[in-house]
Structure formats: C-alpha cells, structure tokens
Design a protein around this ligand. Structure first.
Ligand code: PMP
Length: 504
C-alpha cells in the first residue's frame, strides 16, 4: 500500500488518503484480507495527525471497503464480504420459496450496477446520470447548517406531515408558478426523490395486467417499476419533437392503457423536447380516453439555450396530469427530495401509500432545501450550473466531431444531462460496452431504455458527471473502441462474402 500526500492541494488530507486507498482496493491492488497499517503508524509515516488517518479509515468503512476483525486490526473486505459473513451455515432458508411474486419480477439491469460502475476511479464514466459533486452548491449549504444549530431548529430533525412541511410546499408552489402552474399547497406532496413518485403512481393507478404507455426510448427504471407492478409496458416511438402523438392515439384506442408516462423536457435518454402542439394533444387524448398522464420533469431547470416550453401540467385544467420533479438534478441527488403536483384526490391516495412506505420524506433535507430556495441560492446556483453543463455538453459534442467514426450520429440537446448517439451500422452497443471497458470508459447501452427490447444500436452519454478535463479523453477512447468494432465487423463481412461466394 502506498499513500502520497500533496500538501499544496486544496483537497483535505484525509480525503487524499481515503481516495488513494480506495483506488487501490477497487483496482484489486489491495486484496481482501490485506491488513492496513494501524492508524498511529500510518499517521507517523505520513507526518499527519492520527485523527486525519482515522477520518480516512472511517470513510472507507462507510463504503464497506474495510472492516475491523478482532486480533487482525483493520483489513480490506472482500466485496461482497462472504468470508466474514455470519451466515455461513448450509441450513439457510429455501430462498426460492421465500420471496414474493413481486420480487421475482425485479429486473437484473439495475441502477445500482451503474452506481457501482461510477464509483470505479480508473474508468471515465459517461454512464451514470448524476451531476459531478464538485459542481454542486456545497458552500451555500454551509450557512444553512450553521443556522440550524444556532436557531435550535429542532423541527428539522423530527417528523413532518407525510405530504411534507407546509412552508416548503408553499415554496414549491412559488417554484411551480415559474413553470406556469398555479397550485395550492394541498395539491403538492414532497417525495423521497421523483423515483418515489413513479413507484407511487404504479401502486395507486395500476393493477396487474394493466397497460402503461411510455416513450420509446424512456427512463429505464420507470419501465422496471411498471413491470414490477405487473403492468404491460408499450412504447410509443419518438422523434426530435418527442412522442409521436398519432402513434399514441392508435395505442390508446387499441389498448385502453391506464397511464401515459412521459418526460417531455430534455428527455432521458434522448434529450428530445416534446413540441408544444404535441403537449396539448396528449392532454386532449388523456381526456378523450380517460387516462392519467405522469409528467416527469426531472431536467426542466437545466435549459442551455432558448426558452422552456410550458409543462403539460400548466395546461391541465381537469386534473389528468400528475407532475413530478426533483432536487436531485439541480442541487444534490443524495438529498433524496422531489415533489409532485396533482389533483387533491390524487395527492390523498398517494399520501396514504407513502405513509406506509416511509412516513414522510427526510425532514432535514426538506428544511435545507426550503432555506436554499428562500434565500435565493437555488436561482443563483441554476445560472452557474447551466453555464457549467452547457460547456460540458459542448466539449463532449466537439470531441465527438473530432473523433467519431464515420456514420456515428449524435445530437446536441438544448438541456438536460445526455447526448444520445446512434452507432454505425452493425456495431452493437452491448458489444461496445465490453470493448469500451478495455479502454476504461463507460456509457449506458440503448436497449434497457426500450420497452420493446430493441435499441441496441443506441448509446447514452452523460456529460455532467465525469471531470471536465476527462471528457475529451473519454470520448477519444470511446470512439477508438467503436472504430475497433467497425474494423472487426468489416473483416467479418468480407469473410462471409468469400464464404457464400467461393468464385470471387
Ligand atoms: N426521472 C428521470 C427521468 C430521471 O432521469 C431520474 C434520475 N435519473 C429520476 C426520475 C429519479 O430521480 P430522483 O433522484 O429524484 O429519484
């Protein structure tokens, strides 16, 4: 094990120690069972305080990378840690009889795989859909924390109503006015992330066998939620103006679905923006076919040019639309705080279900976010974040122009987090995943985003997470991986022509 301290760096020393050891564990340099030096010994050899090493070890423990074993001191854990598990008997439960039908419907392609990938420090990640923590408004939160202690704001640390603090819901109403929605606090409920809103919609609106219409492609965890609820998910094709509403009407007519799930603004994964006429038409169709629209507006704040179109909810005078949004994309995803706006009848049902799941969303996050909005920090941060993300998008776009193989097609989204690419003919995104891993770069292949299972010719590239200095290099590596596959495919094609046509 080695650790080098850079005393000129702005990164706190304990973080430097933590990151270097973490990197060595994740890369396999430090194998499970390896005994880390005692805190005092490492502190002495690095010339730092013992508490500095203690803090670094604490971070490593929190990530489950190291643990303490009596007699052995601090050791690197295997991941998952079977060796140290207390469950090592052969008389474990009959697992296949234990889990419910609901759990049997879980899909194996889970967000947690992406989170694991993003934590690998040797890979440039364009896979995960989060902002890089450094672009977040950390400094602005400092004052808020101090205020909490100074003012003895105990209410931030006890229960809130299931729907969330009333004062925060009032604040959200003001936010919604900027999005053209004039709602009352009792038409708002705070959520533990907008993901919870999707899950609650599935519980409250769907029965097994019901049909949900989604964009094709769409945010794949939503497909998983609907399927796990036992629903059938049908995709409507999109173009650069979003969901094709003529195709939607045919599906509504034929299948009578219960729910339309749409991400009208800077869609995940395609970046598409649903045009105004189509937004209006979807509402008309919802009313005509008595179907609820779940409008997921996770990226609406992140617009890099031009004006935002009105959200569907702003035109909904009858109560057909449920609006979801989140503080994950514009503040920090770890706050786990989002919100919904809907007809009071819908809020009541959703609140009853939410109460059974988590009583209410995290009080402290609610308290912090309310202050963050009310003291003007959100508005100021959004200007900064949009500038930063616009630059990142442009760097990625330019890098693609520089390195792309012939026939790669990619877009320039007006906002959001992703560039959506169509691979050259015959190059499969699932094959590219492993080739790209050799080049130490990652992305999300297209097919999970397609309810039909198609889409292997697409890939999604996130431009907000990787360090800005790595974007050009990551795209260079990715394009090199693509070019290798194109060459392999050309070789295969030539080979098969000679096979079929021995005369040539
Ligand atoms: N909807 C969409 C379209 C998303 O992209 C995401 C996050 N990637 C979510 C919902 C979930 O976000 P949250 O962190 O608010 O649960």
């Amino acid at each position: 094990m080695w650790v080098i301290i850079d005393r000129e760096s702005n990164t706190p020393v304990y973080i430097q120690i933590f990151e270097q050891i973490r990197r060595q564990i994740l890369s396999g340099e430090l194998i499970p069972g390896f005994r880390l030096p005692a805190e005092r010994k490492l502190a002495d050899s690095l010339g730092v305080n013992r508490t500095t090493v203690l803090s670094a070890y604490r971070e490593l423990k929190a990530e489950g990378l190291i643990g303490s074993r009596v007699g052995d001191g601090t050791i690197v854990l295997s991941y998952p840690d079977e060796e140290l598990s207390v469950y090592n008997s052969s008389r474990q439960p009959e697992w296949n009889q234990i889990f419910s039908r609901y759990s049997n419907r879980f899909d194996s392609y889970l967000v947690k795989d992406l989170l694991k990938l993003a934590s690998r420090t040797d890979v440039i990640s364009f896979a995960i859909g989060i902002a890089s923590p450094e672009t977040g408004p950390l400094q602005a939160l400092e004052g808020i924390e101090r205020e909490l202690v100074a003012n003895r704001s105990y209410r931030a640390l006890i229960h809130t109503p299931t729907e969330g603090f009333l004062s925060l819901r009032r604040t959200v109403c003001k936010l919604m006015q900027k999005r053209g929605v004039y709602c009352q606090p009792d038409e708002v409920m705070m959520l533990s992330g907008s993901q919870q809103g999707i899950d609650l919609a599935a519980r409250i609106i769907l029965d097994p066998g019901d049909i949900v219409v989604v964009e094709e492609p769409t945010y794949f965890p939503a497909i998983q939620v609907f399927r796990t609820a036992g629903a059938r998910v049908i995709g409507v094709p999109i173009d650069d103006k979003g969901m094709k509403v003529d195709a939607l009407e045919q599906l509504l007519h034929r299948y009578r679905p219960k729910l339309i799930y749409t991400i009208p603004t800077f869609q995940n994964p395609s970046g598409a923006e649903l045009e105004l006429e189509r937004r209006k038409r979807i509402l008309e169709l919802a009313s005509k076919y008595n179907v609820i629209i779940l409008e997921d507006d996770a990226y609406g704040d992140l617009c890099y040019e031009g004006h935002l179109l009105p959200v569907i909810k702003s035109m909904d005078t009858d109560g057909y639309a449920i609006y979801l949004s989140t503080f994950s994309k514009n503040i920090y995803s770890g706050l786990r705080l989002g919100w919904m706006v809907a007809h009071k009848k819908i809020i009541k049902e959703f609140a009853s279900a939410k109460q059974l799941i988590d009583l209410h969303s995290n009080s402290l996050s609610q308290w912090i976010v309310e202050r963050f909005i009310e003291n003007g920090s959100l508005e100021a941060h959004l200007v900064k974040a949009c500038n930063e993300y616009r630059t990142r998008r442009d760097i990625m776009y330019e890098a693609l122009s520089k390195y792309a193989p012939k026939d790669l097609i990619w877009n320039k989204p007006k906002g959001g987090y992703y560039i959506w690419c169509k691979l050259p003919d015959g190059v499969s995104s699932s094959k590219l995943v492993s080739k790209a891993a050799e080049y130490k770069v990652s992305f999300v292949p297209g097919s999970p985003f397609f309810a039909s299972g198609h889409g292997d010719e697409y890939i999604r590239l996130n431009f907000t997470y990787a360090p800005i200095k790595d974007i050009d290099e990551g795209i260079r590596r990715l394009c090199a991986a693509m070019k290798e596959l194109v060459i392999e495919k050309d070789k295969e094609d030539n080979y098969s022509i000679t096979e079929i046509n021995p005369i040539v």
